[in-house]
Design a protein around this ligand. Structure first.
Ligand code: CMP
Length: 136
């Protein structure tokens, strides 16, 4: 049975600023992800606060939201078999210094904050995150 599912990916300000968005999109495509929809946008801090609401009690919440809203980002709906897990594997560990060789965060990440990409952490959150950016 096919298990094709969608996940939300964000290319974060540090990567867009370095013009890495096309290169990162190619990595997704060459790993079998189909980009169903995409847009380059800049969000307000209040929108970042809503997007990252699950982290609102964390000490890094304010910096995280300031950072995501600091410059243009590329948001994408990615589709592949088991895309949530596949995307998390391809991104690598949250902290680039712990990320495995061959992962996006290992290759491009600068720090735990400037870790170049975000990906949904569950199928349920993928639906919520896709709606957040693409429901009109
Ligand atoms: P992301 O996958 O976008 O989800 C939340 C983000 O918070 C995470 O990537 C990191 O960039 C950022 N972050 C900053 N500090 C931490 C931390 N201590 N633990 C987890 N995430 C952190």
């Amino acid at each position: 049975m096919s298990n094709r599912e969608q996940t939300l990916s964000i290319i974060k300000p540090d990567a867009v600023e370095r013009n890495l968005d096309n290169e990162i999109k190619e990595i997704f495509k060459s790993n079998g992800f189909k980009i169903i929809n995409e847009k380059k946008i800049k969000i307000e801090k209040s929108e970042a606060e809503q997007f990252y609401k699950v982290h609102e009690t964390k000490p890094f919440y304010n910096d995280l939201c300031a950072y995501l809203s600091s410059g243009p980002i590329v948001v994408m709906i990615l589709e592949k078999e088991n895309s949530v897990i596949a995307n998390r594997e391809l991104m690598g560990a949250t902290n680039p210094k712990d990320a495995a060789e061959g992962t996006i965060r290992k290759k491009y990440g600068i720090s735990i904050d400037k870790n170049s990409v975000h990906g949904s952490d569950s199928i349920e959150n993928a639906k919520i995150e896709i709606d957040f950016f693409f429901k009109d």
